[in-house]
Every structure is written in C-alpha cells, then in structure tokens.
Design a protein around this ligand. Structure first.
Ligand code: SAH
Length: 220
C-alpha cells in the first residue's frame, strides 16, 4: 500500500479513537483531547500490532511490558489536572506514548524507566519525533528525580503496592499524583492524591484498572 494512503488511514483511525473511546467515555479536558488527536500512537506500538494501534486495548511491547489503553492514558492525564506551565514526572516510560501525550500539554516532562532497553528506545523515539521537552532516564523510579523536584504532577504507570512516600515528598503543595494502587494479579484502584497545605494527602478514587507491576525497591 502507498505510504500516503496508510498515514491517512492512521489519521482517521486516530480521530475515530478520540471520538468513540475518549470523548465517548466522558473525557472533556480539551488539552487532553488535542494531545490524543496529535500523538501518532501507531509509532509507539510494536510493528506486529500496527493494525490495532488505535483500538481500545493495552498492547504488548518488548520486555513483557505494555502500552496502556488509550482511554486509561487520557483518564490519567485528565486526572492530573495539568496546566501548560507544569513540570511533570512519570514513572514507567514503557513505549513513551504517555510521555508524548504529557509533552503535548505541559512545559517539562521527566520520565524514568527501569528496563534499560525500553528507556533507550523511548529516548530515541521521542528525539526522532522532535519532543524536546521530555527527558528519559534509566533507573528505578522509586526515589523519583530529586534534582528536578518539586513536581506539579507525578504519574505512576505501573501498579504500586503502597504509596511511595519519596515521590509524595517530591510533589508541590497542590500537586497531584495519579497511580494504580494495589496488588498485581487482579485489578488496582486508580487514585489521585492531592498534596494539601498541611502536607497531608487528599485521596480520590477514579476507577479499577489493571497495570503491570511496579518493580524494584518498592518490592523490598
Ligand atoms: N507509560 C507507559 C506504560 C508502560 S507499562 C506507556 O505509555 O507505554 C509500565 C512500565 O513501568 C514498564 O515499562 C516497566 O518496565 C516500568 N516500571 C516498572 N517498575 C518501575 C520502576 N520502579 N521504575 C521505573 N519504571 C518502572
């Protein structure tokens, strides 16, 4: 098939995805909708899954990890209540799709991936696509990114068995942390924690989700 025809197909598939799966399920934040319309998700999936790049599923990537379902990416992004000037930390770069969506909305994105090969691929992909406001680091996200803290928002895109206090410490007052909290194997609670003036967290339940486990130090 000629290349031009293929890219037209991807463009219309992406519009349809936003209409049906994202707007259709109640995501209203315009910046989030625009970002999902823009980021070429087909360039973040494995070649064997190209035809399903805009379908309503999480898909496998290398190293037994996943690229999250588009709706969950949109929901987590909307739940983080982002502003254009924000500095955001993501734990679990994976395919870098969520990082690219964040980069369309906020000023600075820092993302940490524990699997070195994924971090490397993510970094070169984001560079190739021209994202200059994302920095990828290989490492365990458990300890966050002290030098770049405090953050306006932190997204953890792997299932955390407990709330990582070191990450809470790197949130601004008024900052939001979005994470799937709970055991792996079943579903987790997607929650938003907002850091209040007194340092305490306000917790809001969003929905049930299924994520791959957050690994590393949090398990010790
Ligand atoms: N945000 C990703 C979803 C990736 S799946 C996307 O848009 O594609 C979760 C990712 O978290 C996996 O790549 C996994 O390797 C990574 N991960 C798990 N534990 C981690 C940790 N402690 N620190 C950093 N990354 C971690």
């Amino acid at each position: 098939m000629p290349k031009a025809v293929l890219s037209v197909d991807f463009d219309s598939a992406r519009k349809e995805m936003v209409e049906d799966q994202i707007k259709g399920r109640g995501i209203q934040d315009n910046a989030v909708l625009q970002a999902l319309l823009k980021v070429p998700r087909h360039l973040f999936v494995e070649p064997g899954f190209l035809s399903r790049a805009y379908s309503d599923f999480a898909l496998p990537i290398k190293e037994s990890q996943t690229i999250s379902q588009p709706y969950i990416v949109a929901l987590m992004t909307q739940s983080a209540m982002l502003n254009a000037d924000d500095r955001v930390l993501e734990i679990g770069t994976g395919s870098a799709y969520q990082a690219a969506v964040l980069a369309e909305i906020v000023k600075e994105v820092y993302t940490i991936e524990i699997v070195e090969s994924l971090a490397r691929t993510a970094d070169s992909k984001l560079k190739k696509l021209g994202y200059k406001n994302v920095t990828v680091r290989h490492g365990d996200g458990y300890r966050g990114w002290q030098e770049k803290s405090p953050f306006d928002a932190i997204l953890i895109t792997a299932a955390a068995p407990t709330i990582p206090q070191l990450l809470v410490d790197q949130l601004k007052v008024g900052g939001r942390m979005v994470l799937p909290l709970g055991k792996t194997g079943g579903s987790q609670d997607l929650i938003v924690l907002t850091k209040q003036e007194n340092g305490k967290l306000k917790e809001q339940y969003i929905t049930a989700v299924v994520f791959v486990p957050m690994t590393g130090e949090i398990r010790r």
